[in-house]
Design a binder for this molecule. Sequence first.
Ligand SMILES: [Mg+2]
Length: 390
Amino acid sequence: MTIIADAQHATEQTIGGRDRIRHVKLSTLTLPLEVPISDAKVLTGRQKPMTEIVFLFAEIATEQEQSGIGFSYSKRAGGPAQYAHAKEIADNLIGEDPNDIGKIYTKLLWAGASVGRSGVATQAIAVIDIALYDLKAKRAGLPLAKLFGAYRDSVPTYNTSGGFLHAPIEEVRARATQSLAQGIGGIKIKVGQPDSRIDLARVTAVREHLGEDVPLMVDANQQWDRTTALRFGRVLEQFGLVWIEEPLDAYDAEGHAQLAAALDTPIATGEMLSSVAEHIALIEHRSADVIQPDAPRIGGITPFLRLAALADQANLQLAPHFAMEIHLHLAAAYPREPWVEHFEWLNPLFNERLEIRDGRMWVPRRPGLGFTLSEQAYAWVTDTAEFGRA
Ligand SMILES: [Mg+2]
């Protein structure tokens, strides 16, 4: 190396210029749930109660000793497929500059082009994309929300995990009380049972328990047809709900649009969709008042940011689905006041906890996502694959 090239190299190292990905570790693990979980899809016989969630983690390390961690997940089926696809494409990362997230994303898409740009194929890329964003924010010494450019330090949060259909109504009410005492601001309960009278009794019981001022949402998990959704949606208007979630099949953009136009109560949907393109159908049809993308499900943070820009342009509210550890940062960076969904299910995977008070979840001051994997998480790992130089 010449003296000039030497100096240039040293400067690049100092200011954090070009770095290279040295090592990638993929881990698949199975998180057991304390009790089998049922929403309306189980009560209508379409799915079995959920007993576990399969996670895919990526840990990425660079020549400059920077590191990032990301995760994707699947419920019931799909975990092994995400892991298999990630293993096939991960080698493409070695030697790339981890700062060039857009370039890497495109490279990984082309590596798996024949299996498409949605679903499992991009969910496998999501785990890497999220790890690269974590790494970039850590390098900058910023919480991820600050790297994006945050609008707020905390986001209104509501609890979902206490309102499932396997829980008798006394338990749902007790869990709601617990959530509010913890500082959580709103409560969501599941509906969509074959007998709407049972739904009505549960919503009435919870609304009476909470009083009129506590924000309350309901979630039908796609189990109504258009007629039921409209008729029951009209019955629900009296409860002043924050939203009715997934009243119809996730892909019925037109039906959601008709319902959203007919009801005063806002309509929320989007969690089941697996790409930005699928979400654009909702935006174009004006199907929802509140859009509910899930970053791991739609292929990571790169597509989420693209979708968030489109959703804001269309004047939509945002309430990302599940994975609060990732979505808190993304919600904090959305221009309109969003909601973030509280589930305590992932707590055993991480050493850190999110601060919740005054009805809001607070963006951690730690750099990156702000999470490290717990010993328990490593104990649940069922398989790993490594690429590059450890
Ligand atoms: Mg939902």
